[in-house]
Design a protein around this ligand. Structure first.
Ligand code: URA
Length: 261
């Protein structure tokens, strides 16, 4: 195996970073500094050191995480708490999040040290479907649904969204559903708006434009007050994971995702 691959798959850093570490002389193979990232090593018999510490090969890792609202998808932030705050007891060097969820969005977020896997899932031409459950203020008639499905303009640019799937689950007025609707973002609803229409459902998209679900629904007059990603490709969020919990993906789940791409 190549030295840079070995280090990336041992949670030392992303492939690009570990190449720099190697070139800068921070890595030794069997006691000698090696500065060539492509050098072949034997992961079971060679002793690899990074900054003087022996590196143990972990292989590729894949985590499923149930993101709670209130955390930003980033490794570090000066102001806000981040999704990495939940992984305090594991070595997350070289492990990164696959795509992003907004601070107030909940649900399925993947982490891995496999750059190729991330690339395949996020590459726009692959059209990997992501499904989101939402509650929104507003209503969706047949024409709105048709627009969401066929493509809609969501920004200043002149690019239509790719075809999407919409499934309305519940629709009615706020006072009918207020006990089911997560309270987040609803503080600005007062009693004279209790007859305001609300709608919940699933929107499946195959792109990853910024705030895409919220912007698509806004374009048809709906204001999203709750959003949760429930699936990526053939992989469903494990609902037994509490918010903020994570677990390894099973071999079957990894295969399911790979079949998607
Ligand atoms: N679309 C959004 O609007 N927000 C997300 O977090 C993900 C998709």
């Amino acid at each position: 195996m190549r030295l840079d691959k070995f280090l990336a798959e041992s949670s030392v850093g992303r492939r690009k970073k570990v190449r720099t570490y190697i070139k800068e002389g921070m890595v030794k193979v069997n006691g000698d500094v090696v500065t060539e990232p492509a050098v072949e090593i034997n992961e079971s018999s060679d002793v690899i050191e990074y900054l003087g510490k022996v590196v143990t090969y972990t292989g590729k890792v894949y985590y499923m995480f149930n993101k709670p609202a209130g955390y930003i998808t980033a490794r570090k932030d000066k102001v806000h708490k981040t999704v990495f705050d939940f992984f305090n007891d594991v070595n997350m060097n070289g492990i990164f999040h696959v795509g992003r969820l907004d601070k107030d969005t909940e649900g399925l977020l993947l982490f891995t040290n496999d750059g190729e896997f991330e690339h395949q899932l996020m590459y726009p031409q692959k059209h990997v479907e992501k499904t989101y459950f939402f509650w929104a203020l507003g209503s969706l008639d047949e024409e709105d649904r048709k627009q969401l499905e066929q493509g809609i303009y969501i920004g200043k640019g002149k690019i239509l969204t790719k075809p999407a799937k919409i499934e309305v689950q519940k629709c009615g007025i706020y006072k009918e559903f207020k006990h089911e609707m997560p309270a987040r973002n609803l503080h600005n609803i007062d009693s004279d708006q209790y007859n305001q229409p609300v709608v919940s459902g699933y929107l499946t998209i195959s792109e990853g434009r910024k705030h895409q679900v919220k912007r698509m629904l806004k374009a048809v007059g709906c204001y999203v007050v709750y959003l949760k990603r429930v699936s990526i490709g053939g992989l469903l969020l494990d609902e037994s994971l509490e918010k903020g919990q994570y677990r390894f993906l099973t071999e079957v789940e990894i295969q399911k995702l790979l079949l998607t791409i």
